[in-house]
Design a protein around this ligand. Structure first.
Ligand SMILES: [Fe+2]
Length: 346
């Protein structure tokens, strides 16, 4: 953890908690598991006290039956110990803000809804300190992603093309557009620091996605080396063609042996202007969630597997951010050849 002292981390968490509108007398629960980054737990605790919040640290037994033997995948089931502890669940439901410092978070779990429905706001933090600091959100980020989500909500069709041959059309009707901005400041809101993205959950899509060298496969945290062509029929990956990377994806779906895994999940674009596409090449994979890749400004991010609005709850989840795509909503570009357009000028 070069260049980050304990004081630096406390200051970093204090800024983030202020963005999340943590105020004097609020109930702040710092949720951890035994293998959580202890320096984050300590820094968040100190930051919460500095803001005069009522701080409670809760450490639950670790363990999450993720389909992949890795932590920080973004696809996990969260801590199953929470499912077995009504007391812990009620603590989180009673909090104003839960700072989730577990390794996997509760991103695609049904437990998350039980916490948020109580009005609790929740912020998940898993990336290394340099990644957090570089991508510390600003209040302006929220307005930008809200504008993007409004465009999706008003739209009928999302169209994605790329120089390598991507030609995908997704249905935006009833696609539950949303956003992440790295700030959990509204009651019942879940967010992820760092993240700045707009996304929707299309119920169907058709066409072809062609992954190009340099695109990224998550949670494997690898860069695509050779072109992969995915044929999409009615929101499902019907065929995978290409070389070594295509074979890897074919094996992933074979091993998953899960029909839900082959359906497309959320898709959208990134707005995180200080994200570093190459951080994954420089860090130990276990230490990164990979939000630089997911949130990079001007990427197109699509995913496979879980789809809460189609009642699919599989944990076999791929996030695949792509570079150089053009993303259009009803013919209006929001990303042009990988360049994020200013929504104010549309
Ligand atoms: Fe995802």
């Amino acid at each position: 953890m070069p260049n980050f002292t304990a004081a630096d981390l406390v200051e970093l968490f204090r800024k983030e908690l202020e963005l999340c509108k943590v105020t004097e007398g609020e109930e702040l629960v710092i949720l951890a598991e035994p293998s959580s980054r202890s320096e984050y737990v300590e820094a968040a605790f100190a930051a919460g006290l500095a803001l005069k919040a009522n701080v409670i640290q809760a450490t639950l037994p670790g363990g999450s039956p993720v389909p992949l033997p890795s932590s920080r995948t973004g696809s996990g089931a969260g801590l199953t110990s929470l499912d077995d502890s009504p007391l812990a669940l009620s603590l989180l439901q009673g909090a104003d803000l839960v700072l989730d410092l577990t390794n996997e978070g509760f991103i695609h779990t049904q437990t998350l809804g039980k916490i948020l429905d109580a009005g609790t706001r929740m912020l998940f933090v898993a990336d290394p300190p340099e990644v957090l600091a570089r991508n510390l959100p600003t209040p302006e980020d929220k307005a930008l992603v809200q504008a993007g989500a409004a465009l999706l909500k008003a739209g009928k069709e999302l169209r994605v093309t790329s120089p390598s041959g991507t030609e995908l059309v997704a249905d935006l009707v009833d696609s539950h557009p949303g956003f992440q901005c790295g700030i959990a400041d509204d009651p019942g809101r879940w967010d992820h620091w760092p993240s700045t993205m707009v996304l929707a959950w299309p119920k169907t899509s058709h066409g072809r996605i062609v992954l190009a060298p340099g695109d990224i496969l998550l949670p494997f945290k690898t860069y695509v080396r050779d072109e992969v062509t995915l044929t999409i029929e009615d929101g499902r990956i019907a065929d995978i063609a290409g070389g070594g990377d295509a074979r890897m994806l074919q094996l992933f779906f074979e091993d998953a042996n899960d029909e839900e895994a082959r359906f497309l999940s959320h898709m959208g674009w990134g707005l995180m202007t200080r994200a570093d596409w190459f951080s994954m090449a420089l860090y130990d994979r276990e230490s990164l969630m990979g939000m630089d890749a997911r949130g990079l400004a001007g990427n197109f991010l699509f995913s496979t597997g879980p789809h809460p609005f189609m009642n699919r709850h599989t944990y076999n989840h791929l996030d695949i951010p792509m570079r150089g795509c053009t993303v259009e909503i009803d013919g209006r570009a929001v990303v042009d050849h990988g360049r994020l357009l200013d929504l104010g000028n549309l």
